[in-house]
Each structure stands twice: as C-alpha cells, then as structure tokens.
Design a protein around this ligand. Structure first.
Ligand code: GAL
Length: 340
C-alpha cells in the first residue's frame, strides 16, 4: 500500500489533489471521451425538449459524454451553470443563450479555461464565439410574411415579435419586414402594431394582441406572430372578438398545437426547422472541436465583435398542404397526434 501511495505522491501533493479531484469531478466521464457541456436557455417551449434529447443522443452515438443544464430564462443561473461545467472540465461548451449580450461572459470564462464555445440556434453577440450553428433566421421571417401576404396583401397588419434579448427575434423581424416593407411603402399595408414579446410568453402575446385590437377598433387584417407560442396567444385574443380563422396568423416551430390550429384553419402557417438536423450537425461539430479538429465553414456571421464561422440550415414554410410531406415524413410529429 505504501509503495503505490508514494508513487502517487511522486507528483506534488497539489497535483495529486487536483488530478484526483478532477477525476472525482469528471466521475461521469471517461478521460478519453469528449465531454460536451450543453447550456440551454429554457425548456419552456416544446422544441427544446427535442433539442436536448436529440443532441445528447447524437453526442453519445459519436462516443462522447454530455451534460445538459437549463437556466429557466435566468442569466445569472446560465452563467453559474457555465462556471460549473467549466469547473467540471468540459472540452467544449454548446450554448443556447438566454440573452445575446449578457452571455458574452460565458465565452470569456470558457476561453480563460482554454475551452471553445459553439453558439447553438441563437447567436451570442459581442464575443469571440468559436462557431455558430442555426437556421437561416431571416428567411424564417421572410417565409412567415410571404405566406401571410398570400392570404391578404392589404390592410392593417400587426407584428407580434419574439423576446428582444434573443438575437433570433431581431432576425425574424428583419426578414418579415424585408418582405412587408414594399407593401408598407406603397401604402397597401399599414403596420398598426409592432411589439416584441417579453420572454416569448404566450400570455404576453395575448395581451399585446388585445391592445392591438382595442387600439384599432378590432380592425386588424393580418398578424405576423414570431412563433407558435405567441401565435396561440394571438389567436385566443382574436377568438375573443370573433376573428379567429378570419385573420391570417403566422407561427414557427411546428409545435403540435400550432400544427393542429393550421389543420383547423385558425392559424395560417408555421415554420418547420428540422431539430434532428440541427442537433446532429451540432453534435458532430462539438465532438470535432472537443478533439481539437479544425472545422471549416462556408459562411460567417458578424456578431458585433468578429466574423463567426457559421453553419445555416434551411427552414421550411408549413401550411395545410404540405404537413404530410414534411413534418410527418420526417417523423417530427405523427399523423395520429395531428389529425386525431
Ligand atoms: C428562438 C428559436 C425559436 C423559438 C424561440 C422561443 O430562439 O429559434 O425556435 O422557439 O426561441 O424559444
């Protein structure tokens, strides 16, 4: 017994303590395996459960270990969780930031510990993020506005955006306005209401829509809502004045309730983003980065600090006509749960 201990003592007391502590801290991982930390903002919206499950599954199938922590929309909690995973010796951090700018702190801390950071779905701004992977978020907004314009191309329009702390919400709105602006400039469309929705909350979207209706004598002809959660709130308000199904409303995320509303005809469209593709490509990227492999990307995006190497996936507009060829075909949702 003495001999072995001595050998161990060979190195400095402190190193032994550290190594054994790190070993203790990383008990869930095998030293050789890439250890990925996945920091997500929230599990409030349906899609994030899919992101978590699919990303973890993919990392494990690539021989890695993964730990996911959700911050419930709280910045200080997300930063604490980053500290924890950095302390646990993760090889790379994959982050869905709650706040685009506050989360820059996470990149700073990770880089101090020699750990790279991948921004997942939402961009971290004003920091030297190592990689960004998401969908073409401006195109999401373009698809939303284009589908609504197919239903009505004149009158009073309301824009019910996402959470302003989420850079995606800014990009969705930019894309929608790119499509609407010519109609606004020609005077065919009047944008009578235009608000972001705190924390993407459906209830806040519902009360914002109530304001929009009361401020315009219920004369609203179309609504661009940024995701299915906010669309649900909007449609509740429209229903309260007998306008549900009469006013076209957009959405995003292909949530079950959103797709059911499209089948019922009270929601016009949603945007399907293959979370399977996002999680798979992100896991591949994370494992490569954890193994210090250099990954070249075709695209970059400027986040206010630098041009971040980026991967952008294609969003798909969903209406009553293509639900089976897309969402059901991909197994994202089933025929049974949508149409029963
Ligand atoms: C966005 C995301 C959307 C939506 C929203 C609310 O960043 O891209 O898919 O779900 O967050 O969580």
């Amino acid at each position: 017994m003495v001999l072995i201990t001595f050998l161990v003592v060979g190195c400095t007391g402190k190193e032994v303590k550290e190594t054994s502590q790190k070993k203790d801290m990383k008990l869930i991982t095998d030293e050789e395996k890439p250890y990925i930390g996945f920091l997500i903002d929230t599990l409030k919206e349906e899609r994030w459960y899919k992101d978590k499950a699919l990303f973890e599954e993919q990392v494990k199938s690539l021989g890695g270990e993964v730990k996911t922590l959700a911050a419930n929309g709280l910045d200080d909690v997300q930063i604490k969780q980053a500290e924890l995973l950095i302390g646990e010796g993760v090889d790379v951090l994959v982050v869905v930031p709650h706040d685009a700018t506050i989360s820059a702190k996470i990149v700073e801390m990770a880089h101090e510990a020699g750990i790279k950071v991948i921004s997942y779905d939402r961009l971290i701004k004003d920091a030297d993020v190592d990689y960004y992977i998401s969908f073409d978020n401006e195109k999401v907004g373009e698809l939303q506005a284009s589908e609504i314009l197919k239903k009505t191309s004149s009158g009073n329009f309301a824009y019910i955006g996402g959470s302003e702390s989420d850079n995606n919400a800014i990009l969705f709105r930019q894309g929608a306005m790119k499509v609407l602006q010519p109609q606004i400039d020609s005077g065919k469309i009047k944008l009578v209401y235009d608000e972001y929705t705190e924390e993407w909350k459906p209830d806040v979207a519902k009360s914002n829509m109530k304001n929009a209706l009361s401020k315009n004598g219920n004369k609203i002809d179309a609504v661009i809502a940024a995701n299915d959660g906010t669309a649900g709130g909007v449609i509740e308000s429209l229903a309260s004045v007998g306008l549900a199904g009469k006013v076209p409303v957009s959405g995003q995320d292909a949530e079950l309730e959103g797709v059911r509303r499209i089948v019922k005809g009270v929601q016009t469209m949603t945007v399907y983003k293959s979370i399977n593709q996002l999680a798979t490509e992100s896991a591949e990227l994370a494992v490569k980065v954890a193994k210090s492999e250099e990954v070249k990307t075709e695209k970059t995006i400027n986040n206010g600090k630098s041009d971040i190497p980026s991967i952008f996936l294609e969003p798909i507009a969903i209406t009553q006509d293509n639900i089976r060829d897309t969402i059901i075909k991909d197994g994202y949702l089933t025929e049974e749960e949508i149409y029963k």
